[in-house]
Design a protein around this ligand. Structure first.
Ligand SMILES: [Zn+2]
Length: 57
């Protein structure tokens, strides 16, 4: 079990973005979210907290 950096819940399935874990649900949500949506900006904000530069910058 890994802690997702987006929803901060422990999940089994997911992927790594810059060595940080993002669960399957959040990843799907991210993929399905339009850049104009505020939710997407929230994701980007969370990803920017990661030590390494985010892939979304
Ligand atoms: Zn999540």
């Amino acid at each position: 079990m890994k802690e997702c950096i987006v929803c901060e819940e422990e999940k089994k399935e997911g992927m790594y973005i810059c060595s940080s874990f993002v669960c399957k649900e959040c990843e799907q949500e991210m993929v399905n979210t339009e850049p104009e949506e505020s939710k997407y900006k929230e994701f980007v904000k969370k990803l920017r907290k990661i030590r390494k530069p985010s892939v979304f910058s």
